[in-house]
Design a protein around this ligand. Sequence first.
Ligand code: NDP
Ligand code: GDR
Length: 342
Amino acid sequence: MNRPRRTALITGITGQDGSHLAELLLGKGYEVHGIVRRSSTISGNSRLDGIYQPPHTPDQQLFLHYGDITDASMLTNVIRDIQPDEVYNLAAQSHVHVSFQIPDYTGNVDALGTIRLLEAVRASDCGARFYQASTSELFGSTPPPQNEESPFHPRSPYGVAKLYSYWAVVNYREAYGLHASNGILFNHEGPRRGETFVTRKITRAVARIAAGIQDAVYMGNLNAVRDWGYAPEYVEGMWRMLQHDTPDDYVLATGEGATVRDFVEVAFGHAGLEWEKYVRHDSGQERPAEVDALIGDASKAKRILGWEAKTHWRDLAKLMVDADRQLLDDQLSGRTVHAEHH
Ligand code: NDP
Ligand code: GDR
């Protein structure tokens, strides 16, 4: 017997994770709805190029709605109209350093945005399962390895806002019985990563330096340790959390840490370049408070969800360098074409 088509709503669908998650869910036969911010240009949705379906496509499965996580009435209306089975809250001002410059806005989006969406789900009585994009930044200065039992001590306005959202999700689970889960995800990357996060900044610079169109890259603290995984594997973990009968909170991580310097060395080395010749220090890239070391213990997710990271940071660095070199080649030869958006 055919199951009725399941419906998912994704906030932050135009981001790195949102685009991978939309592809995963479309592949599983879901009807996928995404909230997109209105922009003066149509080029902001390029991560959706591969799956975009213009209105009036026969048997359309992907639907985009203009909105914003700061607009409560919009969230209420869209949830009432589409009656989703699953809601994934990925929308955020997601840059830790930038959150020191726009702390008030970051709190409005990353903290209050979550409460607005939880309220819209609760008020609609649609029974949707809820995923919250929580983060290893909650652990902040707590030393590694970090798991679900580790104390939280955030070190940025971003981390503080995400901590509010973490507890909002726990509270709505306890107070209203919502099937709401926090995915406490450690850094995850890939060719679609935003260009100002450290991995992509490095691999993009490697491609441009190797092509002779850039001569240096300016970086901050090279001693920070991160646990970098591969984004497509992590969105599979998000989906698994909502398929489990019981809502809960899970760490997703590779379990392996490396410094920013290690990542730089492997990425430049992969293109046959000596990094010391090209990497310069810029104190402007340093943060008022740093998170020194994050290395996750994802054994709970492995035990309960059967989820495990496969790609570790060395292979990730190489695949991102390869992708950025290919992208640059395509751009330089005029082969990059964006789908038309409406
Ligand atoms: P991105 O920065 O790539 O994407 C963020 C998304 O949120 C974009 O679609 C963006 O839209 C949208 N957004 C931003 N502000 C608003 C707003 N006011 N209203 C509606 N949408 C908004 O992030 P990632 O894909 O990397 O991360 C996804 C989520 O997971 C985020 O919440 C992030 O904080 C969290 N996270 C990420 C980790 C990682 O390593 N990638 C690790 C742990 C947590 P637009 O395209 O218009 O800017
Ligand atoms: P992070 O990611 O803060 O961990 O947050 P980011 O890639 O920005 O920084 C990682 C580490 O690299 C150091 N660093 C630099 N960072 C940037 N962006 N640019 C530089 O030039 C640079 N030089 C050194 C940083 O100081 C830091 O220690 C990411 C985001 O995706 C969050 O949304 C998410 O919650 C966490 O990962 C888990």
